[in-house]
Design a protein around this ligand. Structure first.
Ligand code: RP5
Length: 161
């Protein structure tokens, strides 16, 4: 997007993109400028230090971090920035994302990560929550978010078939 990104979507591997693209698509639908990067806590620790350490001064307002397995990315990012960090547990092959969920949600007191659901619903909701945070200070975005929610409500049929 042309505007400077307000939300930074990071993920531990390109393999996470199948999940995290839902966060990007949701932000795009709401007109929220964002960027998406592969930043691994384990494989590219320096990239993580650089990204999280410069995020606030680059103008980002919220970070959405997705990772699977021993998912340290959201917590490590949160340790290095005061920006709100929303964690998305990516579904893993062996433990179906329970490992990711527990790795992300059980932060020690003092460094918060807002943890969403495992997989696609979590990625979508992380984007909606990021938009809701931004909307507290952006009336136009608040209107787009209200309209998005109204369209969702209108799309729910009363009858199951
Ligand atoms: C984590 O390991 C990533 O977030 C990913 O979910 C998982 C597997 O990564 P790949 O082996 O597919 O690159 O760091």
């Amino acid at each position: 997007m042309a505007d400077a990104p307000l939300v930074g979507i990071i993920m531990g591997s390109r393999s996470d993109w199948q999940t995290m693209r839902h966060a990007a698509e949701t932000l795009a639908a709401l007109g929220v400028p964002h960027e998406a990067k592969v930043v691994s806590a384990h494989r590219t620790p320096q990239r993580l230090y650089d990204y999280a350490g410069s995020a606030a001064e680059r103008g980002l307002k919220v970070i959405v971090a997705g990772a699977g397995g021993a998912a340290h990315l959201p917590g490590m990012a949160a340790a290095m920035t005061r920006l709100p960090v929303l964690g998305v547990p990516v579904e893993s092959a062996s433990l179906k994302g329970m490992d990711s969920l527990l790795s992300i949600v059980q932060m020690p007191g003092g460094i918060p990560v807002g943890t969403l659901a495992i997989g696609k619903p979590g990625a979508i909701n992380a984007a909606l929550l990021a938009a809701a945070i931004l909307a507290t200070n952006d009336e136009a975005l608040a209107g787009r978010l209200d309209a998005w929610r109204a369209r969702q409500t209108a799309a729910v049929d009363e009858a199951p078939e």
